[in-house]
Design a protein around this ligand. Structure first.
Ligand code: ADP
Length: 246
């Protein structure tokens, strides 16, 4: 298990023009944990991610990462603490190879001079190789990102985020549009990269969440409706009503 920091949302509310997108949401993600967050459209999943990364300020409540209060910090400062986010749409460079995309992700935060002048040391190379292995892209290292499949592009972007060695990785709907085989690969990949770091995955594909096999939080109307194993939440009458009772 990781000795890292725990994420703690305590009574977080977000109100947009009188509408409560988050309503007294409390959530703890332990260091090294892989947590799935599910919920119907409009449940507040994206808003929760926005609050953790500082994109949206809570109207009430606090967000803590270890003993650091993130509640009033800006996005850049939060990212610098080691909190990375993967959005649904990948932002890889099609005209560069998979390896070059990883290299850029490693150097770019150090500025343009690092990109131009900084020769890859053995250590940097081995970090890229490790990320290629973790994401299952070793065989594609020399291929242009532009010819990758949809799934491979998503894995490449996860690999690029790993270049910053995040302590907490937030992943938005990673398997939307993937084939079954790609979905399976993605579940194994996320299980592999958690442990050393915490991972929070927002998804509405229940089968994918089952494949992850870890603790699940169900959001509904901006707060936690149910939490526990996938079997526990799938058998929870309140969850059944929200998913099937409409
Ligand atoms: P989810 O990701 O679970 O689908 P969201 O967090 O995107 O849910 O949205 C929760 C609710 O908040 C939705 O009803 C949405 O319309 C509303 N909402 C989200 N962002 C804004 C905003 N910037 N202004 C007004 N309402 C918003």
């Amino acid at each position: 298990m990781s000795s890292g920091r725990r994420l703690y949302l305590d009574g977080v509310s977000v109100v947009f023009d009188g509408f409560r997108a988050l309503n007294n949401l409390s959530l703890i993600v332990e260091p090294g944990e892989l947590r799935s967050v599910i919920g119907p459209n409009g449940a507040g999943k994206t808003t929760m991610m926005d609050v953790i990364t500082g994109k949206t300020r809570p109207t009430a409540g606090t967000v803590n990462f270890g003993d650091i209060d993130l509640t009033r910090m800006d996005e850049a400062a939060i990212a610098n603490l080691g909190i990375g986010r993967k959005f649904q749409k990948p932002t890889v460079f099609d005209a560069l190879t998979v390896f070059e995309n990883m290299e850029l992700a490693l150097k770019a935060p150090r500025g343009p001079l690092a990109c131009l002048r900084w020769a890859l040391t053995g250590e940097a190379k081995s970090r890229i190789e490790q990320a290629l292995e973790e994401t299952g892209l070793q065989e594609r290292a020399e291929d242009l990102a532009g010819i990758l499949s949809h799934g491979q592009r998503q894995w490449l972007e996860i690999g690029m985020l790993l270049m910053q060695d995040p302590e907490l990785l937030l992943v938005d709907e990673p398997v939307a549009g993937m084939t079954d085989a790609e979905t399976e690969h993605t579940a194994a990949l996320l299980v592999r990269i958690a442990g050393k770091r915490s991972v929070v995955v927002v998804e509405h594909d229940l089968e994918f969440v089952r494949a992850l096999g870890r603790r699940v939080t169900v959001l509904h109307e901006g707060s936690v409706l149910s939490e526990g194993s996938i079997d526990h939440v799938q058998n929870d009458q309140r969850v059944i009503e929200v998913y099937l009772g409409r």
